[in-house]
Design a protein around this ligand. Structure first.
Ligand SMILES: O=CC(=O)O
Length: 339
């Protein structure tokens, strides 16, 4: 009698809701294991019990945070020793402590889904820029209260044409946004840790951080959240900005000190803001809720069928490659040398 070869097991943290074909193909190769846990203590308990022992690859999404909490040192210490790869579905990977994953012996290698998110996130970014510049939120809010444009009428907005857009962190989303903003007549400047090649910058002017703060009419935050970027925009940075600046964030809430933003909005230093992300999601600073000049979206940057399908497919590709070849398609940059 032939013994059936055992399929590798893959730990599913979260769910796959859109990429049905890719998921079906993967399921022919692997056995999927789902935690029974509904919260972090239960998940840690399952790890201790050895439920996931022998598993080498995990797929996780943003919402699995509700069950596991952050993939931090505490979790890295209890995840099975066999675990070698985490394919994270999302561009941002601030929910994982990459240093802790790298320090394990052997390391846990992490991948994200860059580029898949660029178009949809840049679309929301542009929507927020237009909405905040034009002060649409005030009018939209008044309308729903049965007050037409509102009494007193909201201050007039500004056209994007001719305005300088400062992109802080011009990666994939920032570069996509640049193209869209230029179609609306905006001039784009940017600041990154390192100047981009001419091919990538495509005419956007490289400026220092301080120059970006002091010369932009609209500042867009498009940089990843990590220990170097947490609160990169705070009180001192607001003070350097132009009076009446517009601030937009589709990156992560904590790259900006939310309390400092509220203060800058209240003082009029910041004319308006457009936010898709918040420092303590799903909680939102009451000063942002109360301020009609702030256009708020509940983290919907990638909230489209097409983009979520592309992100899941990308993350599944990472799982497939990890299972079949022992490597990842898109390792996070911090671990590029560990592959
Ligand atoms: O916020 C969404 C992502 O990081 O992909």
């Amino acid at each position: 009698m032939e013994l059936e070869e055992k399929k590798p097991r893959v730990l599913l943290l979260g769910s796959v809701d859109f990429a049905h074909d890719a998921w079906k193909s993967l399921n022919q190769l692997v056995e999927v294991v789902k935690p029974a846990a509904e919260n972090r203590p239960e998940f840690i308990e399952e790890c201790h019990r050895g439920t996931f022992d022998g598993i080498q690859v995990a797929y996780r999404d943003f919402h699995s945070l509700r069950v596991t909490g952050l993939i931090d040192q505490e979790l890295v210490d209890v995840l099975p020793c066999s675990l070698r790869f985490i394919a994270s579905c999302g561009a941002g990977y601030d929910q994982l402590d990459i240093d802790a994953c790298s320090a394990r012996n052997p390391p846990i290698l992490v991948s994200n889904t860059p580029t898949a998110v660029d178009d949809a996130t840049a679309d929301v970014n542009m929507f927020l820029i237009l909405g905040a510049l034009r002060n649409f939120n005030t009018g939209m809010h008044a309308l729903r209260e049965g007050k037409w444009i509102g009494q007193p009428a909201p201050p007039l907005g500004h056209d994007p044409r001719g305005k300088t857009l400062g992109i802080l962190g011009m990666g994939g989303i920032g570069r996509n946004l640049k193209t869209k903003a230029e179609a609306f007549g905006m001039k784009v400047i940017y600041h990154n840790r390192q100047k981009l090649s001419d091919e990538l910058a495509r005419g956007a002017q490289y400026v220092t951080f301080d120059e970006l703060l002091s010369t932009s009419d609209v500042i867009s935050l498009n940089l990843p959240l990590n220990k170097n970027t947490r609160h990169i925009i705070s009180k001192a940075e607001f003070a350097k900005m132009k009076d009446g600046v517009v601030v937009v964030n589709t990156a992560r809430g904590a790259v900006m000190d939310e309390a400092a933003l509220v203060e800058a909005l209240d003082s009029g230093k910041v004319f308006s803001a457009g936010l898709d992300v918040f420092e303590h999601e799903p909680e939102i600073h009451p000063g942002l809720i109360q301020n009609r000049n702030v256009l708020l979206v509940p983290h919907m940057g990638t909230w489209t069928i097409e983009t979520l399908t592309a992100m899941e497919t990308w993350a599944i590709d990472n799982v497939t490659l990890a299972v079949t070849k022992g490597k990842l398609k898109s390792p996070v940059p911090e671990q590029a040398k560990l592959q």
